[in-house]
Design a protein around this ligand. Structure first.
Ligand code: DAK
Length: 263
């Protein structure tokens, strides 16, 4: 598949989406959003792909935000449409059956940070810099940042980051629990090697179970504990109708490695 603003690498069971506008630090404009929407929809249907990594092209940035040059002359209607377009694409990542991992090397600011937060896991190299500097431009985060940041790190810390627009390093992002892990590496390639350890573990698990776990955790965020437990019990039961569950449990009892087929 060919895209104008991103590159898709498919490995045996995983895929990597590379945001490919390095001259503009992978800033997100309509064209990149369009490509992202297409590739996410394509990967959703690709039964051979079990986990997806997103990274930026080049050593400087994951993505330095929404494209300021493209936004500068928008009127309110166009801006709202742009915000909705980005919001919908990022939500399709959050709602995907497959885990998405943001591999952040360099700047993940504004829309770049929002894209990372739409992913399930965020791993960072020591060069990573996170922030939502929108207010310094006279705007607010428009791709879900006001909502996802507080859900990830709590309302007080989210307000501080959003009101100040400050940029934080990988270790601080880790202590705020914005990122899952940061690694003492200074190249994107070295970060990707670290990320591979996790993608390989996910690829060995049952895809139906991963999909259900993702959905239940996500839906559980906005319901009561009782409703969340009921959801979990329902999905737990449903997995007993899958071949994957029989395969996983039979393989364990026979001391073999399970061969899952995602059904
Ligand atoms: N947009 C467009 N171009 C960008 C960019 C961006 N976000 N960030 C960097 N670039 C471009 C620079 O203009 C420069 O282009 P040339 O001058 O070479 O043509 C090139 O990338 C290299 O950048 P620098 O020369 O600035 O590189 P430095 O290493 O000196 O600085 C930096 C790196 C990341 C500190 C700096 O580039 C920077 O501060 N960039 C902007 C960061 C930022 O403010 N990001 C947040 C963007 S706002 C909404 C929808 C969405 C959003 C909000 C509302 N609605 C519609 C309501 C989201 C908003 C954002 O994400």
């Amino acid at each position: 598949m060919h895209f104008e603003h991103l590159i898709l690498h498919k490995e045996t069971k995983s895929a990597t989406i590379v945001l490919n506008r390095p001259k503009a630090l992978n800033a997100i404009h309509e064209g990149l959003l369009h490509d992202l929407k297409t590739v996410v929809a394509y990967l959703e249907k690709a039964s051979d792909i079990l986990v997806v990594v997103i990274r930026g092209q080049g050593e400087k940035a994951f993505a330095a935000g929404a494209d300021i040059a493209a936004m500068c002359d928008m009127n309110s209607k166009q801006a709202e449409a742009f915000s909705k377009h980005g919001g919908d694409v990022f939500t399709s990542i959050e709602h995907s059956k497959k885990p998405y991992i943001a591999a952040v090397h360099g700047f993940a600011l504004g829309g770049g940070c929002e894209l990372a937060m739409a992913c399930d896991l965020i791993y960072a190299s020591k060069t990573a810099r996170f922030g939502l500097p929108e207010v310094t431009l006279g705007v607010i985060p428009g791709f879900g940042g006001t909502q996802r940041l507080m859900r990830r790190i709590g309302i007080a810390q989210a307000k501080e980051l959003i009101y100040t627009g400050k940029t934080i390093k990988a270790d601080e992002a880790f202590s705020l629990r914005l990122v899952n892990q940061w690694f003492d590496v200074d190249t994107c390639e070295a970060l990707m090697e670290k990320v591979t350890t996790t993608t390989e573990m996910i690829c060995k698990a049952g895809p139906c179970a991963i999909a259900q776990a993702k959905q239940v955790i996500h839906q559980g965020q906005s319901v009561s504990l009782e409703q969340g437990m009921a959801l979990e019990q329902n999905r737990f039961g449903a997995l007993f109708d899958t071949h994957d569950l029989k395969e996983g449990m039979t393989a364990f009892l026979n001391k073999k490695t399970a061969q899952f087929h995602g059904k």
